[in-house]
Design a binder for this molecule. Sequence first.
Ligand code: ZN
Ligand code: ZN
Length: 92
Amino acid sequence: MPYVKLPDGTVAHVKVAARPGPQCVAMQDSGRRCLKRSKYQCDYRLPSGATCDVHLCGDHARTMGPDRHYCPPHFQMDCQQQHRKLFTALGR
Ligand SMILES: [Zn+2]
Ligand SMILES: [Zn+2]
């Protein structure tokens, strides 16, 4: 913890700025991460049974239901899976 000595000899404790909270990890078209303040985490269920849990801002979280959000890549994956199921059901 940093301390500064004041001219009158007293030692003041410098408050370290609070670390910024989790930031949105979504990639933007420019290829850079969004880094806006995270409001959601991806609820996509991974094969391991854990959830993806990446942080997402309100712009990048894809709402899948009440209190259920996906990151953009998992949203796309889920769409593809739904489509495949549909095709399978149709006999393709
Ligand atoms: Zn974002
Ligand atoms: Zn995800």
